[in-house]
Design a protein around this ligand. Structure first.
Ligand SMILES: Cc1cc2nc3c(=O)[nH]c(=O)nc-3n(C[C@H](O)[C@H](O)[C@H](O)COP(=O)(O)O)c2cc1C
Length: 211
């Protein structure tokens, strides 16, 4: 039975890192970068892939994976095509959540807060730094529309004529400036460690959460 199969699958397997929140830095982006390097060292694949959750016009959340482009004191950056469903969600409702999961370490990082679009020049620079195939695909501007025939994709890509150095105006770099960020360290005995940063008038406050 799939129910029994699911229940028998292991979680929090292998050796897990420790996390002492009393030694955590004052800013969540600093702790994120420390954890990111540790994830790469631990062999976590694609640790910069994150789940972006947005709110749809119907009020129902949508979530999908995308790549984080930068992290600093201003926030977490990612880029979308403005005509894609997520791009439209963000224009309509400029707030989002990001969720990272690094299973080899039983680590999760959750952020939520408002997003703001970068300047057209910054968005263009992000677009031009993408690999050629990614730029060509994005220039089609049809992401998540129904595709009647896969050959139509090949035809459309063959017809792309995007001059080198030219960005598409719909490409938008966003910064999520979190109102809160939670770092979650799993524990085999289920005594998970949770540290939440909350944005305050001056800097960040921190608190532990019950598992
Ligand atoms: C590992 C991984 C990385 C991805 N990176 C991106 C990305 O950087 N940008 C993007 O638009 N979609 C990316 N995708 C595809 C998205 O998850 C999604 O299918 C697509 O953007 C359409 O989303 P939407 O219909 O909600 O707009 C990635 C998917 C995976 C599994």
């Amino acid at each position: 039975m799939i129910r029994d199969y699911l229940r028998a699958l292991p979680v929090f397997a292998g050796e897990l890192p420790s996390f002492n929140p009393s030694g955590a830095p004052g800013r969540p982006d600093e702790l994120f970068v420390t954890w990111l390097y540790a994830a790469v060292s631990a062999g976590v694949r694609e640790p910069h892939a994150t789940t972006l959750s947005t709110v749809g016009a119907d009020g129902i959340p949508s979530a999908r994976i995308l790549i984080v482009k930068n992290v600093d004191a201003d926030g977490w950056q990612f880029a979308v095509h403005g005509a894609s469903p997520k791009g439209q969600d963000l224009v309509r409702h400029p707030a989002a959540a990001l969720t990272f999961h690094w299973p080899a370490q039983a680590r999760q990082i959750r952020l939520r807060g408002p997003v703001r679009a970068a300047s057209p020049a910054e968005s263009a620079a992000d677009f031009l730094a993408r690999p050629p195939a990614s730029r060509a695909e994005a220039s089609l501007g049809r992401q998540s529309q129904p595709l009647d025939d896969r050959a139509d994709l090949d035809k459309a890509l063959a017809a792309v004529d995007l001059p080198a150095g030219r960005a598409i105006p719909e490409w938008t770099l966003y910064t999520l400036a979190p109102s809160e960020v939670e770092f979650w360290q799993g524990d085999k005995q289920r005594k998970h460690t949770r540290l939440r940063y909350i944005r305050a008038a001056a800097g960040w406050s921190r608190e532990l959460l019950w598992p």
